[in-house]
Design a protein around this ligand. Sequence first.
Ligand SMILES: C[S@@+](CC[C@H](N)C(=O)[O-])C[C@H]1O[C@@H](n2cnc3c(N)ncnc32)[C@H](O)[C@@H]1O
Length: 457
Amino acid sequence: MTGPEEGQEGQEDALLRLTVGEVAHGGHCVARHEGRVVFVRHALPGEEVLARPVQAGPSDRYWRADAVSILEPSDDRVEPPCPLARPGGCGGCDWQHASLPAQRRLKARVIREHLTRSAGFDLPDLTVEPVPGDAAGLAWRTRIRFCVDASGRAGLHPHRSHAVVPVPECPLAHPDLSLLRIGQRRWSGVSVVEAVVAGAGAPSSQTPVPTERLVVLEPRAPSGKVSTPPLPDGTSVALLTPEGLRRVRGRTWVSERVLLDGAPRALRVTGAGFWQVHPGAAQLLLEEVLRVTAPRKGERALDLYSGAGLFATGLADAVGPDGAVTAVESDRRAVSDARRNLHGTGWVSLETGRVERVLPRLVAHGGLRADVMVLDPPRVGAGRAVVELLPTLRPRVVAYVSCDPASLARDLGYARSAGYRVSGLRAFDAFPMTHHVECVAVLEPVQDQERSVELPG
Ligand SMILES: C[S@@+](CC[C@H](N)C(=O)[O-])C[C@H]1O[C@@H](n2cnc3c(N)ncnc32)[C@H](O)[C@@H]1O
């Protein structure tokens, strides 16, 4: 079958026959049709497919298409575990049609491509490692934000769409979250239902930890009536209003758990505030950050984008009362959680505000310096204004935790211009079945390279 002709009416219904090329960031692969780049979802590199264009205007620089018929499948292809993981279906997953090892190879290729192209680093042997406790890439999501359609059914958005696909059951949901049966209930007066379970698969300690469940509802209209369907006993419910988080029943927060030096620590996370979604990820990242930065007693540490204080907690223990930790976070609720979580550690100061504003102010007014620095920004990355402060702050080591290879590569490029080189990088599959991946890059000042760890490979 040939492709749609330019300017042809109804062209989005015509199928394109495509030879699928390399994977690209975002959960799709690259193909070409009459010289034009087509980003194809539901396909794998090397496949021959028929694809339905979903964005294919005559003047579009590139097109988007969904593979709807696989003429020559890749050896990596598997049957998606969820019936909704198909063209036009739920957009929550990108790679259910690839085996788990293949998904990890695809993610490694994306990271390598970005780091090589944008930042000039060579990572031939990079692998994406599973998160401890991962079970076949399923049943891991301890937090899901469901949208509610006009009839009150909860679901997820299709890819690049605001529509809602009802999701009665999500195979990625942690079993404790599935027990809430969010997608099988009717939600009245609500536009968003965010389900959170904590203690699920948390690091083992001597005391068994009960699972905590919290449901945060966003009303459809500011003063509209919201009614909650019956939920399992002990489930907390909160309402997110423009004035703040309102308790409906139970608590407005959950206790997340990590182990520090073998001892359990509980960290409060309010509402739908940030916490790693995979039950093994927070512990893994905490251990990796402490391993690569190896903070010493009496050192000064910076935790940027600190959330509820996961890394600040580890850094505070490591540097001790003779040291200092400065944590910067823009979300007030997260800072207030961190204040409780770090209660009793007078050597930690918590700054509320955007890192790009707060950090220059602290440098200008207090002559801020750091021995150890942790950056864990959202997807957009830290950006030039923050990374360019490295020569002023002069940390001996930086751990950059990133959930986006593109912004990571860009920022590592800025870091190199600022006199810092990548001395290590590991990648973790903290979001199986999706295109997302978590990286921890280690940066050291260029003059310290003699003692730096070699890059993988
Ligand atoms: C990926 S999360 C990391 C949180 C924490 N490090 C953890 O592991 O739990 C990113 C955090 O950065 C915060 N944030 C986003 N943009 C920010 C900015 N410009 N300045 C400071 N914090 C920001 C978010 O509220 C969120 O808590």
